[in-house]
Design a binder for this molecule. Sequence first.
Ligand SMILES: [Zn+2]
Length: 232
Amino acid sequence: MKKLQNVDLPLSSGFQKIYLGLGLVFGVLCIYVMVFKDTSLKDVSFVIFTSLGFLFFSRPGKIKLTNTELTLRSWTGTRTSYLLEDLTWVYPTDDGGAYVYFDDKRIDLGADEPGHKKLRAVFEKIARDKLPYFGYKTPDRNSLVRKQVLGCLECHSLFPKEEIRSWTEVPKSFWQGIKTDLFYPKCLCCGEPWVFANTLDGSPVTLEGIEKLDEILWKDKDGDRYLPFGII
Ligand SMILES: [Zn+2]
């Protein structure tokens, strides 16, 4: 993979501040009762273990991102690594975190993870750099701008919004309880509903992007596509 511009790597997640705080509080409590309450080490052993436990879980580096891979460390210390060259999908979530996919394996960079904002920002940069279909989504008609170019996943044809003749109507009340109908485009060449637009910045869908997207949304033996979070 080529070197990323303006990105400082490696990047690690920081201290879990809540655990760190709890660990320190229990530690101070322990010293306090030993010094002022004349308590033996044995009597406070439970508090010591609790304190050490919190400090253990608070340690930084649970998530580490280098130029080539993302490594996750479990609470037992085992490490799992994913190569950036296997990155297939990045979806920034509404809560400030992100879902990143390596092939079909989803990693949740949750908003409770220390340093999640930086990790998300770097993954967005990587996605722009590496995934030509980053930002592609099946768009609602109202989200499209004038002359926006869309692409069909089934027949790989590209066309501007104005040429679409047929739309699938989906009542919004179906999932949000609001009675505003949504319209999703159907391909003017093959009639399939797998039509995508770049919903991030409205830039035209490219043939390269739609071909790569078709590759990663592989079908299973029943012909159903594997769908990463945020694609529809
Ligand atoms: Zn088509």
